[in-house]
Design a protein around this ligand. Structure first.
Ligand code: FAD
Length: 405
């Protein structure tokens, strides 16, 4: 029997959407209040740098459920409302205008783009990408202008690059490291993506920092650490994200690159949970705290938090996974490659369908697959169960990974 407790959810993003769905599936009888500082029902962000940015899908398709689904729920949605702080001892959430009391609280405040605070940063036509209106503004700018400088060769930067190319723009990508996506993929995968982008006309500048922007009203030039200037009509900054944790400042809830939670997504306050991009959880797989920025993590953590709120003892120990779409290439990543001691390439680079397997002490810890979904799917299970692979035939793509255990 579920208890009739009031739940408040802070943030109305992707993980909040799943928390609502899970609470409704469990026929949760208590009052549910969702407070979000955007004007929208929970929506998916991945299309913001892909099909929504290109204009291939419209806004309605972003919502995690059709608008009617949310309209029909008996939920107190508070849009355009920013939560200032929480007061755990009083079980209160404070906004500027009023207080909301809770029995159980889910914090799902996500993350915000890391800012580049340099001279000229407030010029017009310099963009960050996190929200629907960011994507709409960028799209309209891509349509009207000829050149763009992308700062940061991570997922978001490279996905926007591919769309800007589709719009016929001249694209220059500037990166402080010596290759693309260096934080997350091996050199082989970086090389593949650099080559494909270059074939489409993208220019890369590696090992350089952006030190300032120049322009009158709009950005006109991007200045690099060697004082070289690159002329541009538009700039996009994609240099990572910072978790939104400020609302727990001055409470006993600890933060360290995110709100610290255990493997049940619970903070050190027993009725307060944190999920999604804002949470830094204890991983039973990796035996350390990790903060993930992915849809899989947002959805899985929402389900775990709701289970535990509803009295079902659930533990979060999923293998992380992620994807990125650039041109016609789908990159799917299972696991976390940090600490690998060997990589093995399987498949056909020429046919643009291959995987990079990351091994540590002969155990598979991560797989990056490009247009090779079977390797990705089978890797998830092998990584989760730490099953040793027979290494002799690993490079033979005709033999499936599951037949090598
Ligand atoms: P969010 O969806 O960001 O929701 C948090 C919400 O809380 C926001 O609406 C925010 O405004 C609100 N909020 C914050 N503070 C407050 C406050 N104090 N009061 C009220 N409301 C507040 N992941 C993938 O797995 N694959 C991809 O291909 C992929 N592509 C992406 C592309 C882009 C452009 C972006 C931005 C992200 C992408 N991600 C991708 C990451 C994925 O979208 C996030 O991991 C996911 O949205 C996290 O969900 P969340 O609920 O934690 O945060």
């Amino acid at each position: 029997m579920l208890s009739n407790k009031d739940i408040v959810i802070i943030g109305a993003g992707h993980s909040a959407g799943q928390a609502i769905i899970s609470l409704k599936q469990k026929k949760y009888p208590g009052k549910i209040t969702v407070i979000g500082d955007e004007p929208w029902y929970p929506y998916q962000r991945p299309p913001l740098s892909k099909s929504f940015l290109s204009g291939d899908i419209d806004r309605e398709r972003l919502y995690v459920k059709p608008v009617q689904y949310f309209d029909d729920l008996n939920i107190n949605f508070q849009f355009n409302t920013h939560v200032e702080r929480i007061i755990p001892e009083k079980n209160i959430v404070q906004t500027r205008d009023c207080d909301f009391s809770f029995d159980k609280l889910i914090i799902s405040t996500g993350a915000r783009p890391r800012k580049l605070n340099i001279n000229g940063a407030s010029l017009k036509k310099i963009f960050y990408l996190r929200r629907i209106n960011d994507a709409e503004n960028i799209r309209s700018s891509l349509k009207k202008n000829k050149s763009i400088v992308i700062i940061g060769a991570g997922y978001i930067g490279l996905e926007v690059t591919a769309i800007a190319i589709k719009f016929g723009m001249n694209v220059t990508v500037i990166e402080t490291q010596d290759r693309v996506m260096s934080r997350v993929v091996s050199k082989e995968i970086s090389n593949f993506y650099e080559t494909e982008h270059e074939k489409n006309g993208v220019k890369f500048i590696f090992n350089k920092k952006v030190v300032s922007f120049k322009g009158d009203k709009n950005v006109e030039q991007v200045v690099l650490s060697d004082q070289k200037c690159i002329k541009t009509d538009v700039a996009l900054i994609g240099i990572g994200a910072i978790p939104n944790t400020e609302i727990v400042n001055h409470t006993k809830i600890k933060t360290d690159n995110g709100i610290l939670v255990d493997n049940k997504c619970c903070t050190r306050e027993k009725d307060i949970y944190a999920i999604g991009d804002c949470a830094n959880h204890w991983s039973s797989i990796f035996h350390k705290n990790i903060r993930l920025e992915s849809v899989q993590n947002a959805l899985d953590q929402a389900k775990i938090a709701v289970d535990n709120i509803c009295g079902v003892n659930s533990i979060y120990d999923a293998v992380p996974w992620f994807w990125s779409d650039q041109y016609k290439f789908k990159l799917q990543i299972a696991g976390i490659s940090e600490g690998y001691d060997k990589t093995i390439i399987r498949g056909d680079k020429e046919k643009k369908s291959f995987s990079c397997l990351y091994l540590k002490n002969k155990i598979l810890i991560a797989t990056d697959s490009i247009n090779k979904p079977k390797d990705f799917i089978q890797s998830k299970k092998i990584i989760a169960e730490k099953i040793p692979l027979r290494l002799d035939n690993l490079t033979d793509p005709k033999i499936e990974l599951k037949d090598l255990i």
